[in-house]
Design a protein around this ligand. Structure first.
Ligand code: NAI
Length: 704
């Protein structure tokens, strides 16, 4: 044994405890420790059974992802759990695995090798490897179908979502739910269970073939799984590999199936997708670290919040706060926008209940936490205000002056502005240190990103509290500097500009959206704009007119659509038209209008290749990302990738835009940007950092 695994006893039952905080990951030393404990148990005939349990707050939450990363980059040897699993499965002393917290990935594979599993009701199990571009690599795809049947195994391995203890019991993954909520309750229940089964013939999972079903049923299950993966996990290899590996369990012996799984596992492990996903995993964690704000910085408690403006964003932000259990005042100027805002909130919640995301009871509790108001009367009590009124500097300053007058000292005054200068907004109050940006992304109750914008005078406490708020709301918080558009929108603006130019040059909305969704973006850029509201960018363009460099080309068609009242989804018409089911339908009238406007403006329409669409879109924001990095508005390059993946649906399996540019090669990117610079003019001037790195043959990431 090692320090990471302890062996103790309760009379005739051995207790193996994994003690590798915080999540008992199966890092170096843990499998060896379990194996040694089993050796000792095998030599002691007084043991009738053995319980394998996690110390601390969980069973085994999975592999050590740092180790996986090293293996993926060829920096350390690829290990396998399989010998240990066979040792557990063949142990003459039956092993009962006791699960609290989570049994994920290698944790569940470990548990499935034992003849029995018990769990607390609040425990969860799953094979989430696909989320890191992998598949189970220690026979998970072979043992899970033998316990739960093919359909459940395919779903769990390909989608990667965890399931509850109750579901695991129903599916046959565990054998009993133990009463209680603590690790000691679990241990007591597991020991009792162990005494019941001791001496009885223990089933070997690998020999249980009764749930594998017959070939006739399988075809439909695998076809449906492949279809779902192609739709929901477009472009990703791991889900398809996971499906094939489970399929192998229906066609091959256990041993052959394991070999097949291993081959696919290794292919996935050494793939670019796996490296990219592991990079994003660590980037999200890194984003929480702020060099000059220590972890111990005292936080401001948030018991009550307020949101000003109940529009697209304000309503969603109020929902995000309520969903996290924070009561919130929602203020509007007049009854009718307030009613509209509340109706949208109710409709969104109803949809969530319909889709099974929330229960009615949860929704009722959340709605009760949102208090609509037309006055600032109760604002003296709030700890945090998030302003989400129209994107207009004068209006925002006015709102902040009012907040300054009514809010108590110590309250955080945050703005959801997407592009305006935080310092200028802060100049409207006598306490600029209380001001920061909390920039949510639409829809704010769903999208995972929260950009926290640091103003010149924002206090460390305010920034630390806003970053922590992101976590409370289930979001990834990323700290950014105060430049126009911060990081996400500053990069989105040139991208959006290229999209408009392409449309004005005759590319169809479908062609542009399809090119980007085929690349892996969650939503095409044109559909994204319609969802955000074309009027939002229109207002921004008006607000920032003075910033347009003289002589640079400016888009015109989207402004014209706005002038016609086509704001996108909210008016049932934008670039697309929206049918009764609110589905986007290409609108030939728009194509015709754009043709006419282009002719008036002297823009020549022509056919554009998919490659040109892709390059103009991607390199527009990578070029801007390079400037942001160089100017220090992002703390580190990985923050930019985290932002684009979580805020704008950039495919995580491509590692974010900056990582992706590195994989293409910055020299290639630079050459293309230079070509566009000479074809299309000043907007494409290569960022100095991009030029420098390309010339030096380097990437944004030194160590990649
Ligand atoms: P919206 O037009 O949907 O809503 C603004 C709401 O503010 C309206 O309901 C209006 O009645 C209300 N309002 C105006 N003055 C007010 C006052 N003095 N007191 C209380 N309420 C007042 O606008 P949206 O899209 O929600 O944008 C709000 C802010 O969020 C803007 O700063 C925008 O740039 C930013 N933002 C918008 C995003 C989007 O995708 N729509 C994304 C991220 C930020």
């Amino acid at each position: 044994m090692t320090d990471l695994v302890q062996l103790s006893r309760d009379n005739d039952v051995a207790i193996i405890t994994i003690d590798n905080p915080p999540v008992n990951a199966l890092g170096p030393g843990v499998p060896e420790g379990i194996s040694k404990a089993l050796d000792r148990i095998a030599q002691d005939s007084s043991f009738k059974a053995a319980v394998l349990i996690g110390g601390g707050r969980t069973f085994v939450a999975g592999a050590d992802i740092k180790e996986l990363g090293k293996m993926a980059r060829g920096k350390s040897e690829v290990t396998t759990l399989e010998p240990l699993l066979l040792q557990i499965e063949d142990s003459r002393t039956p092993v009962i695995v006791a699960i609290h917290g989570a049994a994920f990935g290698g944790g569940l594979e470990l548990a499935m090798a034992a003849p029995y599993r018990v769990a607390l009701a609040i425990a969860k199990v799953g094979q989430p490897e696909v989320k890191l571009g992998l598949i189970p690599g220690a026979a998970g795809t072979q043992r899970l179908p033998r316990l739960a049947g093919i359909a459940i195994a395919v779903e769990m391995c390909a989608a990667g979502n965890p399931i509850s203890a109750e579901q695991s019991l129903k599916f046959g993954i565990i054998d009993r739910i133990v009463d209680g909520a603590s690790q000691s309750d679990l241990l007591a229940g597991a020991i009792a269970f162990a005494r019941e089964v001791a001496g009885k013939p223990a089933p070997r999972t690998r020999e249980r073939n009764d749930k594998l079903g017959n070939a006739g049923d399988h075809e439909a299950i695998f076809a449906a799984a492949r279809e779902a993966a192609a739709k929901k996990q477009r472009g990703q290899r791991a889900p398809l590999a996971a499906i094939s590996a489970v399929e192998a369990a229906t066609k091959m012996s256990f041993t052959e199936g394991c070999e097949f799984e291993r081959r696919l596992f290794l292919e996935c492990l050494f793939s670019e997708q796996c490296k990219a996903l592991i990079h994003i995993f660590f980037s999200e964690r890194e984003a929480a670290k702020i060099p000059d704000i220590p972890r111990e910085t005292p936080l401001l408690p948030i018991h009550l919040a307020a949101v000003v403006g109940a529009g697209t964003m304000g309503g969603g932000i109020a929902m995000a706060l309520a969903n996290a259990g924070i009561p919130v005042l929602l203020k509007e100027t007049e009854q009718s926008p307030l009613d509209r805002g509340l109706a949208t909130i109710r409709l969104n919640y109803e949809t969530s209940v319909k889709h099974g995301r929330f229960t009615q009871q949860f929704v009722d509790q959340r709605l009760a936490l949102i208090s609509p108001t037309l006055t600032y009367d109760d604002f003296a009590k709030v700890d945090l205000v998030i302003e989400a009124v129209f994107e207009n500097m004068q209006l925002k300053k006015e709102v902040f002056r009012q907040l300054d007058a009514v809010c108590k000292p110590g309250a955080i005054l945050a703005t959801n502005t997407s592009t305006l200068n935080i310092d200028e907004i802060a100049s409207a109050v006598a306490r600029p240190d209380a001001v920061a940006g909390t920039h949510f992304f639409t829809p704010p109750n769903v999208t995972r990103l929260l950009e926290v914008v640091r103003g010149k005078e924002s206090s460390r406490q305010v920034i630390a509290t806003c970053m922590q708020l992101a976590g409370k709301l289930g979001k990834v918080g990323v700290l950014v500097g105060n430049c126009t558009g911060f990081v996400a929108n500053r990069m989105f603006i040139p991208y959006h500009q290229q999209v408009q130019f392409l449309l004005e040059e005759g590319a169809s909305v479908e062609a542009v959206d399809r090119t980007l969704t085929d690349f892996g973006m969650g939503l095409g850029p044109v559909a994204t704009m319609d969802m955000v509201g074309l009027d939002v960018a229109w207002r921004i363009r008006q607000e920032h007119k003075h910033l347009h460099p003289a002589g640079t080309r400016q888009p015109f068609a989207e402004d014209r659509l706005c002038e016609l009242g086509r704001y996108g989804r909210k008016t049932n018409a934008g670039w697309y038209r929206y049918d009764e089911q609110r589905r986007a339908v290409p609108d030939p009238e728009v194509a015709e209008m754009v043709r006419k406007w282009a002719a008036e403006q002297g823009v020549v329409q022509r056919s554009t290749s998919t490659q040109e669409i892709l390059d103009r879109c991607l390199w527009a924001f990578v070029n801007e990302g390079a400037r942001i990095l160089e100017e220090g508005y992002a703390l580190r390059v990985s923050d930019i990738d985290t932002i684009f993946v979580n805020g704008y649906g950039f495919p995580a399996w491509r590692g974010g835009p900056m990582w992706y540019a590195d994989t293409v090669g910055l020299k290639n990117v630079y050459d293309r940007v230079s070509e566009f610079h000479s074809d299309f003019g000043e907007l494409w001037r290569p960022a100095p950092l991009l030029k420098q790195l390309a010339e030096q043959g380097r990437g944004f990431y030194e160590s990649k």
